[in-house]
Design a protein around this ligand. Structure first.
Ligand code: BJW
Length: 244
């Protein structure tokens, strides 16, 4: 690993009082959770239009639930990796560190992080299609059929933001405010392709933050990053921690 790059990142982070980490599917890849757009990504095998849009759920809720139950079964078997665990330890290192994640797998929380903003929802929650009430669903996975709201009997949907849906307004406002206020933003394991999440690093840079990217592949953010690590977050985050 490039020693001078590690030193540069450690130096930026040592001086930073407020840090934001934007994470994507790549941070969970080493845990065994499939990404979306990689070689073996979910969108290579499944069509987003059939599974991750409100129209798809309206057409065939059973199919959509089948897909989410399959993903729940994958995620239930995996554990947070050294990337998640390093970020969780950093909560005691910085005055303020927030994780803004696009992931729905809940692995940051399982790793021990507390300041987490889940931009795209959580696969372990459901929402009533009639009244909007959100329920924890981890403890009671419905194995077959459509899950129903215990209050009104309407169909429950995954509490996830699908394509074409607005992100929760207060969640998004909070994410933009934290991005505008941080001194360092780390962008870890995202293709930076999906909006509005991909605009958060731009907001941080425009407000004067340093941008550090960790990704085995270049992304649209690479050119504007102050430091770019080409590699796996489960290896690079612990190496940065050691250098700090
Ligand atoms: C590693 C690694 C290792 C591998 N270590 N790294 C403006 C312009 C153009 C389009 C739009 C726009 N505004 C809105 C849109 C439409 C749309 C959009 O962005 N489309 C793009 C595809 C162009 N956005 C929306 O619809 C959003 N809603 C919205 O904006 O509402 C207002 C609006 C609506 C319509 C029109 C206009 C305005 C909602 C987006 C919801 C995203 N939902 C999903 C799926 C549901 C969740 C689920 O079931 O899990 O969320 S899509 C999917 O992509 C998922 C992810 O959270 C999201 C981001 O993916 P991510 O995390 O970046 O993963 P990958 O796979 O893409 O990348 C993984 C990366 O990891 C790679 O770079 C690897 O190299 C790397 N990696 N191993 C570190 N070990």
């Amino acid at each position: 690993m490039d020693r001078s790059l590690l030193e540069a990142a450690a130096d930026l982070l040592r001086k930073a009082k407020t840090v934001v980490v934007l994470t994507g599917a790549g941070i969970s890849a080493e845990s065994g959770v499939p990404t979306f757009r990689g070689k073996d990504g979910l969108w290579k095998r499944f069509r987003a239009e059939d599974l991750a849009t409100p129209e798809a759920f309206g057409r065939d809720p059973n199919l959509v639930w089948e897909w989410y139950r399959w993903r729940q079964s994958l995620i239930r078997k995996v554990a947070p990796n050294p990337g998640h665990l390093t970020l969780a330890r950093w909560e005691t290192r910085f005055d303020r560190i927030d994780i803004i994640t696009q992931n729905v797998d809940g692995l940051h929380r399982r790793a021990g992080s507390k300041n987490i903003i889940e931009l795209h929802g959580n696969i372990w929650k459901t929402r009533c299609t009639k009244e909007g009430t959100v329920f924890d669903s981890e403890a009671e996975p419905a194995e077959k059929g459509l899950p129903r709201c215990p209050d009104c009997g309407a169909i429950l949907r995954p509490h996830i933001v699908w394509f074409g849906e607005m992100l929760d307004r207060s969640v998004l406002e909070n994410a933009f405010a934290l991005s505008a206020a941080c001194r360092v933003m780390l962008v870890v394991g995202t293709s930076a392709y999906v909006q509005p999440a991909a605009s958060l690093p731009l907001t941080a840079v425009q407000a004067g933050a340093a941008l550090i990217e960790i990704n085995p592949e270049p992304t649209p953010l690479t050119e504007m990053a102050h430091l770019s690590f080409r590699g796996k977050s489960g290896e690079i985050l612990p190496a940065i921690e050691a250098a700090i």
